[in-house]
Design a protein around this ligand. Structure first.
Ligand code: SF4
Ligand code: FES
Length: 367
């Protein structure tokens, strides 16, 4: 008989869960969900080796394990620390953690420009959300922010190096999804920057995924840049038969127009698994070249779990008011008293507004 696997009990913010040995504190907290899960700006469950760079996921370990219940003296990165049986962890219940997180956000914002009003990532930026929760109103920083020479990452991807928080997610994406990594982090310390070697453009079918993993607006979609604010668009799940990727995407639409195509995201802002259980990375063709509604089979409004402005203003849970008229009419269809087209010339559908040069005037309708 197969031996039953022993699970570890870990208590995070007074909630106990059973997890497999080897699980990190962050993933254990994600099993509980909600506020108990620490924010993560560099860890990305689908990218091997990610995490340990940004320190936003710091937690306090109040008891190391049942065998050795001593607390850990320093706060630990929950994305890199694995649980022990009987471990007690504090996240939002620890003042030390909240204080440290506020400090990390202040640190991340030292060099990050406050250009949300013109940044395409605004509305779905993890740093923006984090600064609403942990940021300060003012800054104590008196020096000039970092500046960089412009780098061209090809026809589809825009790099704003000043916004980069050096989380390395894009480097891991390029490393693990493409067979020829052409970009990485160059230099060290505050000179570190994401750059392409000898300024090569990135031409790989899956390189567009760096846009989805970037937690800030450092890597954005050139085909969507400045076209619309993301909260005015309507996210819809859609798919197509794609020979290169799963073809399962999210369309960001306004009316019938497709403004942007991205991979589908889960509540942690990470690429969701597809219906066959594989990570749902999408190819460049689906992302950048299929911008017509007719290219896709639209499934319906996307469900957005993430607590962010993008979870507002879409139509998934639209409740239409009850149509009481047929009831009032005793089941009979409402009676059309008169058809406006029969009695008025105000509405003249044969006049095409888009063909009139300049603004339309009454003369245009009185010919
Ligand atoms: S460009 Fe974006 S994904 Fe890449 S390291 Fe910078 S912040 Fe991270
Ligand atoms: S998410 Fe843990 S250090 Fe960045």
């Amino acid at each position: 008989m197969a031996e039953e696997k022993k699970l570890f009990k870990v208590t995070i913010d007074n909630i106990t869960v059973d997890v497999e040995p080897g699980t990190t504190i962050l993933n254990a907290a994600r099993l509980i969900g909600g506020e108990v899960a620490p924010p993560a700006m560099c860890y990305y469950s689908k990218l091997k080796g990610s995490g340990g760079k940004c320190r936003t996921c710091l937690v306090e370990v109040a008891a190391g394990s049942t065998a050795d219940p001593r607390p850990m003296p320093k706060l630990v990165a929950s994305c890199r620390t694995t649980v022990m049986d009987g471990m007690i962890v504090k996240n939002i219940t620890s003042e030390r953690v909240i204080d440290a997180r506020n400090g990390v956000v202040e640190f991340l914002l030292l060099n990050h420009p406050l250009d949300c009003p013109v940044c395409d990532q605004a509305g779905e930026c993890h740093l923006q959300d984090l600064s609403y929760e942990h940021g300060k109103e003012g800054t104590r920083y008196e020096f000039n922010r970092r500046t960089f020479k412009k780098h061209d990452l090809g026809e589809y991807i825009q790099l704003h190096m000043t916004r980069c928080i050096l989380c390395y997610r894009c480097v891991f994406t390029a490393d693990q999804l493409t067979n020829k990594r052409e970009h990485g982090v160059l230099d060290r310390g505050d000179h570190s920057e994401i750059a392409t070697f000898i300024e090569k453009s990135l031409h790989n079918d899956f390189i567009g995924n760096v846009i989805d993993v970037c937690p800030v607006g450092a890597l954005t979609d050139k085909t969507f840049r400045f076209k619309n604010r993301v909260w005015f668009t309507k996210p819809m799940d859609a798919h197509r038969d794609c020979p290169k990727c799963s073809g399962e995407v999210q369309l960001w639409m306004r009316g019938e127009e497709v403004y942007r195509v991205t991979a589908r995201k889960d509540e942690w802002g990470e690429v969701k698994d597809t219906t066959d259980g594989k990570p749902g990375w999408i190819c460049n063709e689906c992302r950048f070249e299929k911008k017509e509604a007719r290219d896709w089979v639209i499934e319906g409004p996307s469900h957005i779990d993430r607590h962010s402005v993008i979870s507002q203003g879409h139509y998934e849970k639209l409740v239409t008011p009850k149509d009481t008229l047929p009831e009032v009419m005793g089941g009979r269809p409402p009676k059309l008293i008169m058809d406006i087209h029969d009695v008025s010339e105000v509405n003249r559908p044969e006049i095409k507004l888009s063909e009139i040069e300049g603004p339309a005037h009454s003369d245009d309708f009185n010919q």
